[in-house]
Design a protein. Structure first.
Length: 281
């Protein structure tokens, strides 16, 4: 407390708060949310290598939900290529301009199949809030205060798509739905129960509040199933139980991993200690 008092007098309350928050974020391992450095690319590499190392026959199946301009899809194809496996990415993007840009980017690439639909927990249609024609913050939720318009889009859910395409297993499913992520995860529940999805990566941020969801919702969803939850910490997959310490709504990519994939991904199980810090289990 003495140090805090001294800092407050020297820096003032606002700058002390800024410094403290910065140190807190560094301690939490919060990073710039970029595919190359936030663990997403590493997860693609690990999932691709796991597929190759077990001698899996066939095609590595990846789903890109909220594909936007296709950056994740491009990284996924590169990771699969480096691992020596054949991959197919089913990319879902409902907004007209973004879908057109996505189609242009992967024109003639048979490894990418585009779906002009949003993903939710049911089949139907809904109004989507458009922050920008190719903005990464377009959402089924009213989270963009500066939305320039709305677009009615078709809806589907992951089990329906898997059944229609006769996909037995999704090897890696990425969800970036600007707050709608938990609704999509809830819709996947039948496939979680049958173990038909190996690894899920989903984005968590303050927009989840608008959807009335939290990370606790995810842990509860899969609590009785053969899956574990965690996140990418640098180049490491960390798995753990829920703690209030993580439900702070800072933007981060979390993972759901089928238990038999834990070792294949080189994931590490951690636990929360008495100081609310993650330590080896």
């Amino acid at each position: 407390m003495i140090i805090v008092d001294i800092l407050s007098r020297i820096l003032g309350r606002q700058r002390t708060w800024q410094l403290g928050r910065r140190l807190y974020m560094i301690g939490r391992g919060e990073v710039v949310n970029d595919i190359a450095s936030n663990g997403e690319a590493e997860l693609m590499r690990r999932a691709s290598r796991a597929f190759a190392e077990r001698g899996a026959v066939g095609t590595f199946r990846a789903f890109d939900v909220g594909a936007n301009m296709g950056k994740w899809t491009e990284y996924m194809l590169a990771a699969a290529r480096d691992a020596g496996v054949t991959a197919r990415v089913d990319a879902f993007e409902p907004i007209d301009a973004a879908h057109a840009a996505l189609a242009a980017r992967f024109a003639g690439n048979a490894a990418v199949v585009l779906h002009k639909t949003a993903v939710s927990d049911h089949v139907g249609e809904a109004e989507m809030f458009v922050a920008g024609e190719t903005a990464g913050t377009n959402s089924l939720l009213p989270v963009a205060a500066d939305a320039i318009g709305r677009q009615v889009v078709p809806l589907t859910d992951i089990p329906t798509v898997m059944d229609e395409l006769a996909v037995a297993t999704i090897n890696l499913l990425k969800i970036d739905a600007e707050g709608h992520d938990f609704t999509i995860l809830r819709g996947i529940l039948p496939k979680f129960r049958s173990g038909a999805v190996e690894v899920v990566q989903f984005e968590y941020n303050w927009r989840w509040l608008v959807n009335g969801a939290s990370l606790r919702s995810v842990f509860d969803l899969i609590s009785a199933l053969d899956y574990e939850v965690g996140l990418m910490e640098g180049s490491e997959v960390q798995l753990f139980d829920w703690s209030f310490e993580i439900d702070r709504f800072f933007e981060r990519n979390y993972v759901i991993v089928r238990s038999d994939m834990v070792a294949a991904l080189g994931a590490r199980r951690l636990r929360w200690n008495e100081n609310n810090l993650l330590v080896p289990a």
